[in-house]
Design a binder for this molecule. Structure first.
Ligand code: PLP
Length: 448
């Protein structure tokens, strides 16, 4: 395309025009598939700017934002302290490819809030963090096999794009073209919250046959509260049994807290399980989203003995040109320093509860079956009569109704995640008036 053919002023383009234009230069018009609104239909909103709890699209429409960039924006958009930290860091340099004091500060900040970890490494995305944790778990145990759960998302590393095979003896099938069957042949996919299946899987594969030293299960990776199937908690008995089985078989328990980390509680989801199960700790933890405050930043960590297996100290290779980026770490550090201030999480938790109670009350008044759950600043609701416990139950909830509700809310200026299997997020910037307006809009939408 010549420069003359480019639109002169995109300020007057509608969302639909932008979407059409985007599809010419970007596959599907988006840089991450869920943004394309395929699950709910319709035209994605192109966001021009965001302020506090609100986003403004290309047409100047304002929305109350319950996506928060899929979780990172726990303080709302453009929090003054974060903005100031980012602007200052940017003037000092964008990237050095050399260590900085700020990386130590961020690592210390995170470690002070998550006692299961003694060391961590910073990376640039949740995908990279989960992939690296997986490699480390395999390197540490000398084993190849891993377990994940249906409906949990751990980013798009090859070995984790997998769905269940037929029966527990067979390992998974790739869920994406371009992933060789050989790459997922070591990944066993189990049903979330199914204790009996977990026990069976460990009985079958936990020790291996003893014929080869790399048999047995390297790690189990889990979203402790699964936000990629909207909002499904791992039950306490399930988590307790999972921890016991991992310990018994020398398998590392990997908590993927990319979404739940610093979102469901200041100590992340693991602090909630530690309260319910004395002495509970995961072996490795994966973080992203909130710890970057909206910048590309993620981390994985665990006990020193395991983490020191990483290069340059140990044999497990892992690296990144932009890892620990100075602007991203400034953003994450400023965000964490705000959310650890006394009262922040209490207020966020109360706001989220108020929002969910308001939506559920509207559904009740409208005579629509709906259930929901929340923790800290994360929530989920389902058009169903009881809370789903696993992926197939989530997918059996009323999709048509969700999609109608999504659009009815969007039309009323409330932006929920555009798919029934995605969680919602409240920020410190949402006001009581925003939460009430949302519940009122829900009543109209559900009556309509
Ligand atoms: C978002 C997410 C990821 C992937 O993180 P990216 O930064 O998108 O690569 C991994 N695990 C969980 C639980 C997530 O929610």
């Amino acid at each position: 395309m010549s420069i003359d053919a480019l639109p002169k002023n995109n300020k007057h383009m509608t969302n639909a025009q932008l979407f059409e234009r985007a599809q010419k230069s970007i596959p599907g018009g988006v840089n991450s598939p869920v943004r394309a609104f395929r699950a709910v239909g319709g035209t994605p909103r192109f966001i021009a700017s965001a302020h506090g709890a609100y986003m403004v699209d290309a047409e100047g429409q304002r929305y109350i934002d319950y996506i928060g960039s899929w979780g990172p924006m726990i303080l709302g958009h453009g929090h003054p302290a974060v903005l100031e930290a980012v602007q200052k860091a940017a003037t000092e340099g964008f990237s050095f490819g050399a260590p900085t004091e700020r990386e130590i500060e961020l690592a210390e900040e995170i470690l002070s809030l998550v006692p299961s970890m003694e060391q961590l490494r910073l990376v640039s995305s949740g995908t990279e963090a989960a992939m690296s944790a997986l490699r480390l778990a395999r390197g540490a145990t000398g084993r190849s096999k891993i377990i994940k759960f249906e409906g949990c998302y751990h980013g798009h590393a090859d070995a984790l794009l997998v769905k269940a095979g037929s029966g527990l003896a067979t390992f998974g099938h790739p869920t994406s073209a371009g992933v060789p069957a050989e790459v997922v042949q070591h990944t066993l996919v189990l049903e979330y919250n199914n204790v009996a299946q977990l026990e069976e899987a460990f009985a079958l594969h936990g020790q291996g046959s003893g014929k080869s030293s790399n048999e047995g299960i390297a790690c189990v990776m889990i979203e402790p509260i699964a936000g990629n199937m909207n909002f499904v908690r791992a039950s306490v008995p399930f988590m307790k049994r999972l921890r016991e089985l991992c310990t018994q078989h020398g398998t590392l328990l990997v908590f993927d807290e990319v979404m739940t980390g610093f979102r469901v509680a200041l100590g992340s989801a693991q602090s909630l399980y530690a309260k319910a199960i004395p002495g509970f700790e995961p072996d490795l933890s994966v973080f992203g989203k909130v710890i970057g405050g909206g910048m590309p930043l993620a981390a994985f960590g665990g006990k020193r003995a395991v983490m020191e297996l990483l290069a340059p100290l140990g044999p497990v290779y892992q690296a990144g040109t932009l890892s620990g980026n100075p602007v991203a770490t400034a953003c994450g550090l400023a965000t964490l320093r705000e959310i650890r201030k006394p009262g922040f999480f209490e207020a966020l938790t109360a706001s989220t509860r108020t929002l969910l109670d308001g939506i559920l009350a509207s559904a009740k008044e409208a005579g629509v079956p709906m259930v929901g759950d929340c923790e800290g600043g994360m929530f989920g609701f389902f058009f169903a009569s009881e809370l789903p416990q696993n992926y197939s139950a989530v997918m059996a909830t009323d999709k048509e109704r969700f999609n109608r509700f999504f659009h009815a809310m969007l039309d009323r200026g409330v932006y929920f995640a555009p798919a029934l299997y995605e969680a919602g997020f409240v920020s410190g910037a949402h006001t009581a008036a925003d939460l009430k307006a949302t519940a009122d809009a829900a009543l109209q939408a559900l009556r309509g």
